[in-house]
Design a protein around this ligand. Structure first.
Ligand SMILES: [Zn+2]
Length: 110
């Protein structure tokens, strides 16, 4: 038993219960990719474009979607505004947040 406990502590863990890796938060539903446009202590806002076809004008238009996602404390330092990230749907964590940050695809190019 003692050996097992040591192993768990040795891994880079966080006390955040709303962390999909270290906490008990389940990710289910839809997964989106987008650019981080705002960063808060425990929350990021991502934005991505989607194309909607307008039948009346036989043309497509671009629409933007914004999603608020929980940023676990273990990955807070890795993320900056402009990064391309993946978020997954989870249970509603607050009025705004029902997605959680999963991983970073691309860093901001500057
Ligand atoms: Zn964590």
């Amino acid at each position: 038993m003692k050996k097992k406990e040591k192993k768990i502590v040795a891994k880079d863990s966080c006390a955040d219960p709303t962390c999909p890796k270290h906490g008990k938060l389940k990710v289910r539903g839809r997964i989106f990719k987008g650019y981080v446009i705002r960063k808060f202590p425990r929350r990021i806002v991502i934005e991505f474009e989607r194309i909607v076809y307008i039948r009346k004008y036989e043309r497509s238009e671009k629409r933007k979607t914004r999603i608020h996602a929980r940023l676990p404390t273990c990955s807070g330092d890795k993320i900056n505004v402009g990064d391309y990230v993946v978020v997954g749907e989870c249970r509603p964590l607050s009025k705004l947040i029902h997605f959680v940050f999963l991983k970073k695809v691309k860093e901001t190019e500057k």
